[in-house]
Design a protein around this ligand. Structure first.
Ligand code: ADP
Ligand code: MG
Length: 344
């Protein structure tokens, strides 16, 4: 250490991880991939791989218990880890759960949290196999590690996209972000006047997207049934723009993403317009949708095009062409990531 002091916000999350880990080399041939994807990949024998991922949720940063029921939080904490396993085209099998909890929480409150985790374990067919529990001076911190498996030749990395591949996304985008906006608005109204009941009517879909996101394990299974192996894949936690750029950087390619092709549910669009927000910007930068973003070879286009779970939103170009977003008027704009920046 030197006397020099650099602020975390000078680097940002991704540059910080890169900076801290750049001098680490992997020592074992079984470690097929360490840092840099949705999960690490470890060979077990010649054909099978284990995938491992960790995500941490910190009160006040990732969740707000004024509107997030603990049961939903437990469910979401598991689902977002399962989502990273799915992003490797793998099947989730086990989780461990580490908790730091302040004495503000009762046993009954933590029972609620675990009821949510149990429901998610049932939905995604995963086993809770361990963890750690400790006290905290500042609320609740939950760190989950998920493990999964896949045949070596079925693993999808962020780095496999190639020129002329098509860019595909599952489900629809922007809903989780609009759900959060509605919850934050009602929280402000409540803070100003605690006698006013929150008005959440008609917002079921986007609230569900925010409070109880689903990992797209079904998509991993559908792809397998279709016989389509994506050339690259990532899950959408930080926002479509950020995740596309991760794929392009890891694959050393460029892209064209088309505004008009982005799947946005009518309910998401309506609420975005109510909030004076451009629905496309919510889809691009909102985050927390936990859909899967992947690239496919042109030979698979017919299989994906005819499936209602998927939207083809663009294509991959060579690196020199750059990363572009084609807006409603047909203008090409450089794609930028404006997702969550925790150190700002
Ligand atoms: P995701 O959003 O898919 O969970 P992240 O952006 O959190 O992925 O992480 C990107 C990569 O950096 C992953 O390979 C992850 O394991 C690794 N990583 C994140 N934080 C750390 C850390 N503190 N030390 C080492 N590796 C880290
Ligand atoms: Mg991920």
């Amino acid at each position: 250490m030197t006397d020099k002091r650099t602020e975390l916000s000078d680097l940002g999350e991704f540059a910080l991880i890169e900076h801290l880990t750049q001098d680490f080399q992997t020592r074992h041939p079984e470690t097929l991939l360490g840092i840099g994807d949705d999960a690490a990949v470890i060979a077990i024998g010649n054909e099978l791989c284990q995938v491992v991922t960790t995500d941490l949720l910190s009160e006040g940063v990732h969740f707000d218990l004024t509107y997030m029921p603990l049961k939903h939080l437990g469910y979401k904490a598991v689902a977002i880890n399962v989502s990273d396993i799915c992003a490797m085209n793998a099947i989730p099998k086990q989780i461990t759960v580490a908790l730091a909890v302040s004495n503000r929480f009762s046993v009954e409150a933590l029972e609620e949290l675990y009821a949510g985790m149990k429901a998610a374990c049932a939905d995604y067919n995963v086993d809770l196999i361990g963890g750690d529990t400790t006290s905290s001076q500042s609320g609740l911190v939950i760190s989950i590690t998920a493990l999964g498996t896949a045949p070596k030749d079925q693993i999808c990395y962020r780095s496999g996209a190639k020129e002329y591949d098509l860019l595909v996304v599952s489900g629809d985008l922007g809903g989780a972000y609009m759900g959060l906006q509605v919850l934050e608005r009602e929280k402000d109204v409540f803070k100003a006047n605690p006698n006013i009941q929150p008005d959440l009517d008609g917002h079921d879909y986007i609230l569900q997207r925010q409070l109880k996101p689903q990992a797209r394990l079904d998509v991993v299974k559908i792809l397998k049934e279709l016989g389509v192996k994506p050339t690259s894949m990532i899950d959408i936690s930080d926002g479509l723009a950020s995740e596309i750029l991760h794929i392009c950087k890891a694959s050393k390619v460029g892209c064209h993403l088309y505004d008009e092709k982005m799947p946005i549910d009518a309910k998401t669009s309506m609420v975005a317009i109510d909030f004076n927000l451009d629905p496309s910007m919510c889809a691009l930068n909102g985050g927390e949708d936990y859909e899967l973003l992947f690239t496919i070879d042109q030979k698979d286009v017919a299989l994906i095009q005819s499936n209602p779970n998927f939207s083809i939103i663009g294509h991959i170009t060579n690196l020199a062409e750059g990363t572009y977003y084609i807006d409603k008027s047909g203008s090409a704009i450089t794609l930028r990531a404006q997702g969550w920046k925790h150190f700002d």
